[in-house]
Design a protein around this ligand. Sequence first.
Ligand SMILES: NC(=O)c1ccc[n+]([C@@H]2O[C@H](COP(=O)([O-])OP(=O)(O)OC[C@H]3O[C@@H](n4cnc5c(N)ncnc54)[C@H](O)[C@@H]3O)[C@@H](O)[C@H]2O)c1
Length: 414
Amino acid sequence: MIRFGLIGVGGIGSYHRASIERLEKAGKGRLIAVAEPSPLPEQKTALEALGIRWYSDYRSLLDEETELDAVTIATPIPFHYEMASACIHRGLWVNLEKPPVPLVQQLRSLVAADTERRVSVGFQYIGSTCMQELKRRIVAGDFGRIQEIHAGGCWPRLDGYYNRSPWAGRMIRDGNPIFDGPATNALAHLVHNVMFLAGATESDFDVPSEVEGEMYRARPIESYDTACLRGKFGRSGIRFALAVTHATEQCLPFRIDVRGSKGWARLGNDGATLETNLGPGLNRPETTQELLDRNYDAFVDVLRGDRDHFETRLQDTLGYVSATNGMLLSSGGIHDISRAHIRHYTKEEQTGFSVAFLHEAVKHTLLNGKLFSEQGIPWATAKPRPVRLAELTHLLLDGDLTARTDAHPVQVAA
Ligand SMILES: NC(=O)c1ccc[n+]([C@@H]2O[C@H](COP(=O)([O-])OP(=O)(O)OC[C@H]3O[C@@H](n4cnc5c(N)ncnc54)[C@H](O)[C@@H]3O)[C@@H](O)[C@H]2O)c1
């Protein structure tokens, strides 16, 4: 019976609690303590009635709960680095929500500290039925040599999304990097899934050798709400391109197209369907809760010695983190979309931002791999330059909103 602690019980934390309860029913795990500075009174009462101890500061939980085996970190992005470091130093197994950390040097430092490979990262779509089947068929050679992976998604987000939390739409807060935005938060799955599909074996992920990217904002936020990214993987020669946004009125569920020398496959409908030109596909809608439950099953199996590794190990996220860091550098910062191309709309009594031609532009990237600035779109003013990721060992995000490596400072602020 694995004894869990949970840091952050609101938001996605409530799904983690449900997954741990499911493990408890199966006799595999038990929640013994939580850390949460802003509890809802009814949550606190309910947990305490179950004998689950409550801390307002995660450091007290780590100090006092000497019987813990594992901790789930389901807190906002700016806390991940500090909390994951503390849990690793306590020798605990860690289930860290995605995205692991914003910056490449933070990831490298955590991977170096995690010598016993005890950290799993919760990119739950990796375990979905369609994704696993697609990867199996790629590795089996069904599609021949993989040449291109294109991906895209429009997930509209209204005011409530940006107002729900003080870290939403921010690049940095109280000195902690955040890098919030579609490619680095809600649709970070898409970037990470591409790294998975390009990996050489059924469980490997790859890291691109080079990327180019463009980042834009339609909303008046510190961070970005629209991005595209293109790159190649040095070893396999696979090329990839993707585009994501929160600034359309119309949704485009995420989709990944894989093209090989012998055939193609399409993961569609936010990963729920798989089509190919080589026979029958799959239709397996799975809820976030089901995917999280599967991720916990894999986590527990690793702890019990029944499985070799997590669905996503910490080091498997190097492709995602370095590609998104490279995207910011390549883009030369975040570019404002001119107001002339933005329409406001109202839905559920909230305002949304919709950028002209953007829905079509994301579909173009899916079809032909073109970045926004190559599609003749009037607002797409970025001039991306190639960034070699082997040389990108760190990206500093300063309080004055400058992102820089030693050689290349770029201004993030408008
Ligand atoms: N896997 C997914 O599909 C998925 C979905 C949503 C969110 N997420 C990720 O989960 C993480 C949390 O996102 P969210 O939207 O639930 O955030 P949130 O802002 O709702 O915060 C989650 C909880 O953490 C608590 N918290 C804040 N600071 C804390 C601290 N110092 N110590 C302990 N608890 C603290 C908050 O009070 C809240 O209860 C992010 O990394 C996000 O990207 C993942």
